[in-house]
Design a protein around this ligand. Structure first.
Ligand code: SF4
Length: 393
């Protein structure tokens, strides 16, 4: 059975009411030293290969796999750095999605941008073409730290990019920050938070630095040259972020995400609520009903497979009802409002096992249960969210 036929076979048993589309644009101008995402250096011929592959992929999913009429609520261009492509290439991709899928008029259309890859003109062009939300990769406002992280942008570049974005008409702007990496201090983090608040985004993501296998930092640590993340130090930095951002009126709605009221990222909420999303581009992951599948992390194989009319999948599985329930709890607990779990209707074996773990985590002070329906992380649980997730697996 071909991958498309197998996919259709699985999808035939699935009811998906609406969809988010993620496009992985696998190009950057430099590799940041903490990064292990699938990407390669931007080059015209490689971009062309990617764009042609994406056209085939859109057609296969929409026309051959029957997803064409499912309303699309969110689109997210991530990577990589999507803005290493020209605005015209990005607009061509957005228009192709609109051509093949039923994109709602009020869809959230996000794009990740790197300050060194945008101009006032490019941002205005993207806004006019229908991108509604920017996610700016800032990491830090300290120039020495940025140099250490290897991303080449400077704090001033973030300020300028956000100012240009506002002039271009973007009202929904997110800023990504990184904390707990080698060389960072409490004082420099505090200054970065102050600067971040001063540029007044509507949304902030504060990610704890992790040592990712395959990243330059990882290789340094393996050679005995770098330091591993200090989790106690990261807890202190995270507490500073929680305090500073709350004082500035940001609501923490997910472990790593803060926003002004009403500016939650609708696309990322789909991941935490285990709603349907289709990932396009090399290495992109998808979740449709009970099906989970992912594309091969290799641009050559991705494009060759699509040219032959085959989906470039390198993994696919179909979860049971119990596995989906368990996934919903694990992802849902990342949101501070918690997750709805019908505790009194868990009667099968896996449901009873999940209930038992929830009670155990509650007794350890990591979870709180509201009524019979809602389970949330406690403050302690937020700090040890990974431990909670592992216990629930
Ligand atoms: S962190 Fe982002 S900008 Fe840096 S190399 Fe990775 S994908 Fe590219």
């Amino acid at each position: 059975m071909t991958a498309v036929a197998e996919f259709k076979n699985t999808l035939g048993r699935i009811h998906v009411e609406n969809l988010g589309i993620y496009v992985h644009v696998p190009f950057c101008r430099v590799r940041c030293r903490f990064c292990a995402f699938y990407m390669e250096m931007s080059r015209d011929d490689r971009v062309q290969t990617f764009l042609e592959g994406l056209d085939h992929e859109l057609c296969l999913y929409a026309r051959d796999a029957g997803l064409r009429n499912i309303p699309v609520h969110t689109i997210y261009f991530g990577g990589g750095t999507p803005t290493t492509l020209t605005s015209q290439q990005l607009i061509r991709m957005l228009n192709a999605i609109r051509h093949w899928f039923a994109v709602e008029d009020d869809a959230e259309v996000s794009i990740e941008v790197h300050p060194g890859t945008v101009t006032p003109e490019s941002l205005a062009t993207l806004r006019q073409a229908g991108f509604t939300r920017l996610s700016v990769g800032g990491q830090s406002f300290d120039q020495n730290e940025l140099r250490e992280l290897g991303g080449r942008a400077f704090g001033g570049g973030v300020r300028q990019a956000i100012s240009w974005a506002r002039s271009a008409g973007f009202t929904n702007i997110s800023l990504d920050l990184l904390f707990g990496f080698p060389g960072q201090s409490i004082e420099s983090w505090q200054r970065t938070l102050d600067e971040a608040v001063a540029v007044s985004p509507t949304h902030l993501s504060c990610y704890a630095y992790t040592l990712e296998e395959g990243s330059p930092f990882y290789r340094e640590v393996m050679r005995g040259k770098g330091a591993e993340p200090d989790q106690e130090f990261q807890v202190i930095l995270e507490e500073r972020a929680v305090e500073r951002l709350a004082a500035a009126g940001f609501e923490r709605y997910e472990i790593s995400n803060y926003c002004r009221p009403g500016y939650e990222c609708r696309h990322n909420m789909r991941y935490w609520q285990v709603q349907a999303y289709l990932g396009l581009g090399p290495s992109a992951q998808s979740c449709l009903g009970h099906a989970r599948f992912g594309n091969v992390a290799n641009l050559e194989w991705y494009a060759d497979s699509l040219k032959k009319g085959t989906l470039p999948l390198d993994e696919m599985s179909c979860l049971s009802h119990d596995q989906v329930d368990c996934e919903r709890v694990i992802w849902g607990l990342r949101m501070l409002s918690g997750v709805s779990v019908r505790l009194n209707s868990m009667e099968n074996h896996q449901g009873r096992a999940l209930l038992q773990i929830i009670h155990q985590l509650k007794n350890e002070g990591l979870l709180q249960v509201e009524g019979q329906e809602r389970v949330k992380l406690t403050d302690l649980g937020i700090r040890y969210a990974d431990t909670v997730a592992v216990a629930l697996l």
